[in-house]
Design a protein around this ligand. Structure first.
Ligand code: PLP
Length: 450
């Protein structure tokens, strides 16, 4: 007679301080946080500090950070090269609504790394960058509508929150006739109607849409990979075909490089996929966590600024953002930080593959070595709707198990892991793989037990 194997003990995290903070914060901040995306109920994490590729919460639990603040921290937390420079600059005063040399240098660097760009301006967030890029496109073309792909995230302004991330794919409407689904209340239907949802990796449907409504469409805004669905990749030739189609119909192509910029390559996804868009938006990696962002484009398109289009902002190009962007972009230009990140991501992906192969599970790795995910599915996902058919319950169980064991991916199977330069240090890669392996075993055992 064989005894039932004992269930693996589930590691416990200390949570007392954070639970107390959650209850306190709930009285003041909706959901206990400043962003809906961080509101994880009683599991909401309250952070103490980060260093390199690691982060510590208020209870002193240490994690390998695989979220990296949803992507911005490309070098590592508290990077002294960046922080020392920002600290030195900020002592001269931070906000003048006057223009500093760092702003000019930061945008010169942005152009140097993305040589197709003629003019660029700083904003404070990716949300602002996509909002302004859309306005510039509308102003330049004299058209009103913007096409965006289902499942793509472009920030939290009204024009961006259409058909972003429903759990139920039926909410997106018929596959042949997707509906514009506003994320939450408060978005006027007149505004929602100016955004036309389309399906990623489906060039025939895009052509049909352009043939039907092309003369109303100012631009298509595109996350070069589906950053909101584990970084689903374009099929070979998709970006090239989309670029050709936009040119045929006089529609501008906006690459939203907020996640991919200065990450996939120094010149972002545009360089990586060999595409020249008309406009692009940047944020995240350009500031290593400081709130630096920008939009830029071809000279001719950007020529609507400053006279014909409104753009401004008290904090646009503020000293902290500009000095951070200057330093980060210099580091990315002058060092092999990106090569290190890509090598670390490649090693992590290979390790995950061999662990999953050994289990005989059906899976696909998605994205780019610097920003990738795992989808448990027989089929390669090609658009947001495909995520629903993956075994995301298994992924989520692994992710939650990883938190308990000391590594922190997002506990939502749509969000990729983000790799930073500092993840190459010490035993972070080996430890991450060990934690993934233990969490996978535990999740499979729990499933087997029902
Ligand atoms: C592709 C993309 N665009 C825009 C944004 C909005 O940027 P922010 O959060 O800085 O407003 C994000 C944020 O995750 C993003 O991933």
């Amino acid at each position: 007679m064989t005894a039932e194997p004992a269930a693996r003990p589930i590691p416990q995290l200390a949570r007392d301080q954070q639970l107390a903070m959650y209850r306190r914060a709930l009285k003041t901040l909706p959901g206990g946080t400043d962003s809906n995306f961080r509101a994880w109920g009683e599991d909401t994490v309250y952070v103490d500090r980060g260093k390199g590729g690691r982060v510590w919460d208020l209870d002193g639990n240490e994690y390998i950070d695989l979220r990296m603040g949803y992507g911005p921290v490309i070098l590592g937390h508290a990077d002294e090269r960046v922080d020392d420079y920002v600290n030195e600059r900020m002592r001269r005063g931070v906000s003048f609504s006057l223009t500093s040399e760092d702003e000019v240098i930061a945008m010169e660097l942005l152009k140097e790394l993305n040589p197709w760009i003629g003019k660029a301006r700083m904003t404070v967030s990716g949300t602002e960058a996509t909002m302004h890029a859309m306005r510039v496109a509308r102003a330049y073309t004299g058209r009103t509508k913007i096409v965006k792909f289902e499942g793509q995230y472009h920030g939290v302004h009204d024009y961006a929150l259409i058909s972003v991330a429903p759990n139920n794919m039926a909410d997106l409407g018929d596959e042949d006739n997707p509906v514009g689904l506003a994320w939450g209340r408060g978005i006027p239907s007149e505004i929602a109607k100016t955004i036309i949802p389309a399906r990623y990796n489906n060039i025939e449907r895009l052509r049909a849409l352009f043939e039907r409504q092309g003369d109303e469409i100012a631009a298509i805004i595109v996350e070069p990979v589906l950053g909101n669905a584990q970084g689903i990749l374009p099929q070979p030739g998709f970006h090239q075909a989309m670029r050709a189609l936009t040119e045929e119909f006089g529609i501008l192509l906006i690459f939203d490089e907020v996640k991919t910029g200065f990450r996939f390559a120094r010149g972002g996804a545009a360089e990586f996929f060999g595409i020249t868009p008309d406009l692009a938006t940047y944020a995240k990696a350009m500031g290593n966590g400081y709130p630096a962002a920008a939009f830029g484009g071809r000279d001719e398109v950007m020529s609507v600024l400053p006279d014909k289009v409104s753009h401004g902002g008290t904090y646009a190009g503020n000293r902290i953002a500009a000095s951070a962007a200057r330093k980060v972009l210099e580091i990315l230009r002058d060092t092999d930080a990106l090569a290190t990140i890509h090598a670390t991501g490649t090693t992590l992906r290979a390790g995950i593959s061999s662990l999953l192969d050994a289990k005989g599970l059906a899976y696909h790795l998605t994205g780019h070595p610097s920003m990738f995910g795992v989808m448990f599915t027989e089929h390669v996902a090609s658009e947001y709707r495909d995520w629903a058919a993956t075994d995301h319950a298994l992924y989520d169980a692994i992710a939650v198990g990883m938190h308990a064991r000391g590594a922190m991916p997002e506990p939502d199977s749509r969000e990729p892991w983000f790799v930073c330069e500092a993840h190459a240090q010490g035993d972070i890669v080996d430890r991450t793989l060990q934690i993934f392996s233990d969490s996978l075993d535990a999740a499979l055992e729990a499933r087997a037990r029902g």
